[in-house]
Design a protein around this ligand. Sequence first.
Ligand code: ME8
Length: 654
Amino acid sequence: MSDTFYVTTPIYYVNAEPHLGHAYTTIVADVAARFHRLIGEEVRFQTGTDEHGDKIAQAAEDQGVKPKAYADKISGMFKELWPKLNIVPDNFIRTTDAEHIQVVQAILQKVYDAGDIYLDTYGGNYCVGCERFLTDKELVDGKCPEHDSEPVFIEEENYFFKMGKYQEALTEHIKANPEFIRPERYKNEVLAMLAGDDLEDLCISRPKSRLTWGIELPFDSDYVTYVWFDALINYLTGLVWPDGENYQTFWPAAQHLIAKDILKPHAIFWPTMLMAANIPLYQHLNVHGYWSVDQAKMSKSLGNVVRPLELAEVYGVEAFRYFVMREMSFGLDSSFSEELLVERYNSDLANDLGNLFSRVLNMLHKFCGGVVPQPDKLLPEDADLVQLTRAVAAEYVRENRGFAFHKALAAVWSLIGAGNKYVVANEPWSLAKEPELAGRLNQVMYRLCQLLAQVTVLIWPVMPQTAEHMAGVLGLGGVTPSIMPAVLEGGELLAPGTATHQPPALFPRIDTAKVKAKADKAEKKAQGKKPQKKKQGKKKPPSGPAEQITIEEFARLELKVGNVLEAEPIEGADKLLKLTVDAGEDQPRTVVAGVAEHYAPEELVGKQVVIVANLKPVKLRGVKSQGMVLAAVGDEQVIVVSPSAPTTPGSKVR
Ligand code: ME8
């Protein structure tokens, strides 16, 4: 069994502010790091930011600032957020760090010298969102499925990494190490990717004529390296590869943590790069699913990106950490909502944990002077509880080691449930009335104190502040690795005679009616934006203050000018028209517009309109709409927005 543990999160792009998805991965890494520390291992936890490449250069340009200045700002936001979520990384790496640049160049040179990098001409479909060329197989309806956007065809001379050479070796490694990629569904996905045609070689450079914001190739100063080649190496830089002490200690115990969106770069590019550089592979790639918010994909245009993090402030960081760790089955997708958060808070934290804690301590103060009593004879039901404690601790360790944190928490909550049942079954308040049952009362209260102490230790990785607070109240001192052997044995954590404090309310119940009223109000407000019943006379269009957005949020909208080539009614839909719009792309788009009550189809044909081009396609009355037409919406009038003079279709609107 390894006694070291190195966990990494992806390094996040600095083209967007941190959101729930980033917070989740980094909380998981923090929990994993704390858990491994608790079981006595030497741990290193690294996160950071990915700062080179097209995307970042573009985002900086949109803001009119230099890429580095832009990266400094957003990277700072990530770095500052983590302590607020009780996340304590050992290292925060930035790909613009001088040490990182050096390591990337050293590895490139090594692979080049070994003959695994060559120059060639290549034409392919490049997705800016993914920062890579996509294969034909990966495209869905000619688009990148991840970003729902058409890739750009690019042809140029570039350097290639002989990834295909390692296809067989990687396949064998994955088969021989079934836990290399976990959970299993992702391992199968990767094996399926590898089972098909020959693995293509990987284009690993960008000519400086197209992109300067990157690390220069050590063997050709006309090129910078591909952002993934740059980014993945961060996992080694942070350990000071090749000679650092941390590299020697931690690389053999490396475990990466990612979401499913970046499976291919981590499961295929990275191990083959390591093979080529003659560096041992990582131990495990742990892959989690995707969060949606209120059942919808997280997107800035829906305004649901920042909100979940605000809820961490409203309901407390610890409850937030607990919720995301318990709610998401590691590996599967999950939906986040305030209602679900409050539900779990009330049932798991206020009712189960909070109640048991205050109930037991109140009784201890009432019946035993607040001091852990000397236990009397152990009855079978007490032994059962001890047995359960042991079983739960073992399950907890097993599941946490396997990154099944939700199962580990479920196990702890089964112990809390058993504690509450034990209280009901043994009725300490009845025992306290009979002086001759004092011995039994002591045994029952002693057991309950041990159980609370067990729970305190086990919840520490997820809710460290709460656990430390509980430990203080119980007289347990801190939660340290030295306590784990006793926890695993279901042994004595609180010696008889230990003085406890009066219990505080750990998690005061949340009034769900209030939360519901707030949600209803927000929904009404959102609905209120739609024009209500038509009123007499012309009224000014509604102009209440809208929520402010940042320039980055606005920059995510792709607004384009398009020529309406055709317009026709949609059967059974009085308000909709189906437009065929030339927006300067390979093919015209179909856009459904809700303007049929205001325009005859022929009025629109030949007109220039402004469309939201990167809106996720939706089906309206059976017609797939690829965008939205902008219009000025007054109380009674709807006027389609058009440039004041004709312009080239495809022109951006900013
Ligand atoms: O891909 N649900 O950076 P990135 C869950 N720089 N997790 C989510 C999520 C969601 N809806 N959205 C994002 C990059 N994440 C590269 C990585 S690593 C060498 C380079 C989390 O900013 C999740 O961890 O797009 C996902 O893998 C990561 O953010 C992607 O972050």
